[in-house]
Design a binder for this molecule. Sequence first.
Ligand code: 13P
Ligand code: SF4
Length: 358
Amino acid sequence: MSQNHIAKEIDITPVDVPPHPEWPVLSKSEKQLIKERIKRMLKEQNAVLVAHYYTDPNLQELAEESGGCVSDSLEMARFGSEQDAQTLVVCGVRFMGETAKILNPEKRILMPDLNATCSLDEGCPADQFSAFCDAHPDHTVVVYANTSAEVKARSDWVVTSGIALPIIQHLASKGEKVLWGPDQHLGRYVQKITGVEMLLWPGSCVVHEEFKSVALERMHRLHPDAAVLVHPESPESVIEQADVVGSTTALINAVATMDNKEFIVATDGGIFHKMKQLAPDKHLIEAPTAGEGATCVSCAHCPWMGMNSLHNLAQVLESGNQQIHIQPKLCQQAVKPIQRMLDFAKEHAVATQSKGNA
Ligand code: 13P
Ligand code: SF4
């Protein structure tokens, strides 16, 4: 048997991908007004913002100005679980809000828009995934954080892109076989490095799937001194061209610390905000999503991350709507593999913060 075996028999229903919403253009005074209103409500409600690097730069700024965090999904989980605040407002996609709820069942978890899903989560229904696990009982089940609470509850370990590699290396050292879901590209990447025997769920991210290797090669020829930074949810042929493969935090740190003046970046364009903040003199280029095989469904901007804006954040704090609820029993099951990941991160000192936050 080959060492990474993709489960071809599993049929994934394609997800409907909405267009990326236009982020409202606000004048300086409008922006100031709405930010002040939100800050007031955060204070009154003992609430903290926890935002992802792909969200609207206005939200990222506000999260930092108000004592919240902007980070990758691992740090979002860790940061949220260390807050005394009674409410966490998670600006990102639904699995991030659910992870916050699972880790903090006593807290109120709000999101600007609960419809903000993720193609990996949508492409991994819990009943189908559970049947896949049942068919391979001799495998350790490792799931990416981009999954529902039910899928997490069926797993032994939850991982994010920032910690997948050391955790799979750890399992490899114990001689375990791994059943991995749902992102096949990240799974294949860690399998190639660790050599572990892995069964892969055939899921993918509609945003990263759009990066095209031939067009990237061409772009790199035009910018030969640029370092190529790739998120591991990208296809194998794109990852193969990378100078750095890693989580959003790892890619940001690469821009801040490498000597190169130019970078070609294969991940969601929202990340450019933090990269520019930390390294204003560097030239950042979006990796191509056009060329052979392109569908331009997403064009390097996650439509679901785009559903977070200052306006719906203000509305949600006013109304208290868009709250995450998860059955307590499900929380109790799903928290174990997530906590295992956070304990591993602590024990092995896995860096979770970008250089600007450290
Ligand atoms: P990170 O954990 O690297 O931020 O990735 C989350 C994600 O959804 C990337 O598409
Ligand atoms: Fe999911 Fe891809 Fe959006 Fe990340 S970028 S939240 S993996 S759809």
